[in-house]
Design a protein around this ligand. Structure first.
Ligand code: NAD
Length: 484
């Protein structure tokens, strides 16, 4: 199938010739078969010297830099700490196993040019990092946010392959994104930017290659657009090319709130281990987007008292509990209402220091740092966001005896239901919401129990236990694949 003429004109006006020439034809690739994992070459990484688009905010990478390392270097530091007792080099000699597990297979960096509604052309930096596919096709979300940079994408792709391994689903890890103030674009501009991103990557993604899903700034709508663009370019209606799609396009029941549902199960399991019940427990949640708001709703319905929530601009607090259904009703695209009668405003980052039982960071990386970790009062932290805790904060919280359920386990509900969606797309047979939710609960609680049991026997933190389980699974898969 070729693109309709009108769209061809659109494409020609919006993308440089060099980029178009660089995009190989899917049909040609399909005829000769997809490249096997062993033939993947490191793509040259295009790094721009000038910042582009409107990506000018102070991002998590800068927070990480204040603690001495970029966010990916921090991620590797934790990995090396946790991999050391596993003696991988001795058990898998002559395989450079540490290098293989800490170096991305491919890092694709590229420029996107978007035609704004007023006719201006605006350039943005975009990425897709395919980190590891030893256990299955690359899998990972797409983030449209000003903070996107290569270190962030690489760290997120790295955590992604560890995450799929912790919950034992047959995927690897990837991540992609565009450094853009996506929220400020019009709907038509959003669609053009998303489809442009899919166009450039059309030959690098696919149901058996690399399967994008939603992340910060993106959701069902963007996944529907990517499915459509990929189908137009490649001429194949293959729903499994993306997950997190609208139900009418092959999305799974329960995917929208899957990450939050997984976080919810982790709260329940974590409380069980401390001998507590959910009813009456106080909660603070940083970030009120897909994950934060749905987690708040599920916890509120279960009898928890959500006393504080924040978004990128503000935070609302009520010591007796916020009216979560009303807040959800009045929240638009992750932005809390500017006025909310039932609550008092607090400084956004003070939320992290609230006197609560449970703290749920559900926004960006590096929220919990060496600066604020000593003052955090919650006894249980469930990391709904990816990488919300810097390595220094990890140590401080561990020394203080705070129970932390790490991101690679806590927020794995999303990718787990993405896996269910991919399975349903392959079968073209769809499960009811109850079945999806029940399977999710079983996967998440089994993964938690496995991690908690290793933590108990080895006297290590849940984070170290989760990393050990993930690293063991991926190292074994890598070794079993032979020479590559
Ligand atoms: P989202 O875009 O729907 O919501 C993000 C929320 O965070 C918004 O309310 C935003 O205003 C808020 N925010 C941004 N900066 C903030 C700050 N400095 N302080 C307080 N709030 C801030 O994104 P999402 O899909 O809910 O993702 C949230 C986190 O969960 C991200 O770390 C993401 O990587 C992770 N995650 C998401 C999924 C998923 O399925 N969506 C899966 C796994 C992990």
């Amino acid at each position: 199938m070729t693109r309709p003429t009108a769209q061809n004109q659109d494409v020609d006006s919006m993308i440089g010739r060099a980029v178009l020439q660089d995009v190989p034809r899917c049909e040609a690739r399909a005829a000769s078969g997809p490249p096997g994992p062993s033939t993947i070459e490191k793509a040259p990484l295009i790094e721009l010297t000038q910042p582009m688009g409107q990506a000018s905010c102070s991002g998590p990478s800068e927070v990480a830099a204040r603690e001495g390392l970029d966010v990916f270097e921090q991620a590797k530091q934790l990995f090396f700490n946790y991999a050391e007792p596993l003696c991988l080099e001795r058990r898998y000699p002559g395989r450079d196993i540490h290098i293989r597990l800490t170096t991305p297979d491919r890092s694709i960096g590229f420029r996107l040019t978007l035609q704004r509604d007023d006719g201006r052309l605006q350039a943005y930096q975009a990425y897709r990092v395919q980190f590891n596919d030893d256990r299955g096709p690359y899998k990972g979300g797409i983030r449209f946010h000003p903070s996107v940079d290569l270190a962030q994408m690489t760290a997120l792709a790295f955590w992604m392959y560890l995450k799929t391994a912790v919950v034992d689903i047959p995927f690897g890890g990837a991540k992609g994104g565009v450094a853009a103030d996506y929220a400020a674009l019009s709907l038509a501009e959003k669609e053009r930017l998303t489809k442009r991103y899919a166009l450039v990557l059309a030959n690098d993604i696919g149901a058996e290659k690399d399967i994008p899903g939603p992340d910060l700034g993106t959701g069902e709508r963007e996944m529907g657009w990517i499915l459509d663009e990929w189908r137009m370019i490649c001429g194949i209606y293959r729903r499994g090319v993306v997950t997190g799609k609208p139900a009418g396009l092959g999305g799974s029941q329960g995917r929208r709130e899957a990450t939050a549902r997984g976080v919810f199960h982790m709260v329940i399991e974590g409380l069980k281990d401390t001998g507590l019940d959910i009813a009456g427990r106080t909660v603070a949640i940083q970030g009120f987007g897909n994950v934060g708001a749905n987690t708040a709703r599920l916890l509120h319905e279960a009898g928890a008292v959500v006393v504080a929530v924040s978004d990128q601009d503000r935070a609302w607090f009520n010591r007796h509990g916020l009216d979560i259904p009303a807040l959800c009703d009045q929240t638009r695209s992750g932005r809390l209402p500017e006025r909310f009668a039932e609550a008092e405003p607090i400084r956004r980052d003070d939320l992290l220091l609230s006197n609560v039982d449970i703290l749920i960071p559900a926004a960006l990386e590096n929220a919990l740092t060496a600066e604020n970790a000593p003052d955090i009062r919650a006894g249980l932290i469930v990391e709904a966001a990816n990488g919300p805790t810097t390595p220094q904060a990890v140590e401080i919280l561990s020394d203080r005896g705070v129970l932390v359920i790490p991101d690679i386990l806590a927020n794995a509900g999303g990718v787990t239901v993405s896996y269910f969606e991919w399975v349903q797309n392959r079968q073209e047979f769809y499960w009811p919401a109850d079945e999806v939710n029940d399977r999710l609960r079983r996967v998440m609680t089994a993964a938690y129990r496995q991690v908690a049991s290793l933590a108990e026997t080895e006297k290590v933190t849940l984070r170290e236990a989760a990393y050990r389980i993930a690293i063991e699974r991926v190292a074994e898969a890598a070794a079993r694949r032979g020479a590559q």
